[in-house]
Design a protein around this ligand. Structure first.
Ligand code: NI
Length: 162
């Protein structure tokens, strides 16, 4: 639960940089990489990271989003839409004062304070971003660390990875 707008923005800006870095490493061909037959592809998972209205609209915020559930064929389109969405989240929440975070709204059928919704929004992105890195590995793409170096980043530091 965030109790200050400033704390959310600081955390989100950091997370968005990490997410963007991974999305920028995707290739068009890699988007078809599957978790398992019938499960999300890398493209679907990346598209799922683009902020949408589902958590923001109930809080009375309007954010820019592609308005389509169809996954683009181009990795750079997905990365661009993520950028637009993330910038829009930052712009929208920046207009709030801290009291707004205490306000309760119904999201997915739950009564959540806005500060909790923002926290869950961020956790959801981090959760799926972790899944994304596994599919990126399977697709042979480079992976960047978030809360610890990736294997290649350990190698750059001349430290064997654990
Ligand atoms: Ni999800």
């Amino acid at each position: 639960m965030f109790v200050t707008v400033e704390n959310f923005l600081a955390d989100y800006k950091n997370e968005a940089v990490l997410t963007k870095k991974l999305l920028d490493a995707l290739t068009d061909a890699s988007l078809k990489q599957e978790t398992a037959p019938g499960y999300r592809t890398l493209g679907e998972l990346a598209w799922h990271l683009v902020p949408n209205d589902s958590m923001f609209k109930p809080m009375g915020l309007s954010i820019k989003n592609p308005g389509s559930s169809e996954v683009p064929a181009s990795a750079s389109d997905i990365a661009e839409q993520y950028r637009i969405g993330a910038d829009s989240v930052i712009e929208a929440v920046s207009k709030w004062d801290d009291e707004k975070l205490q306000e309760t709204n119904e999201v997915f059928g739950y009564e959540w304070q806005n500060g909790l919704t923002l926290s869950l929004f961020l956790k959801h992105e981090i959760h799926h971003r972790g899944q994304l890195t596994v599919l990126m590995r399977q697709a042979g793409l480079p992976v960047y660390g978030a809360y610890g170096p990736s294997k290649e980043e350990w190698a750059e530091m001349n430290i064997p990875s654990l």
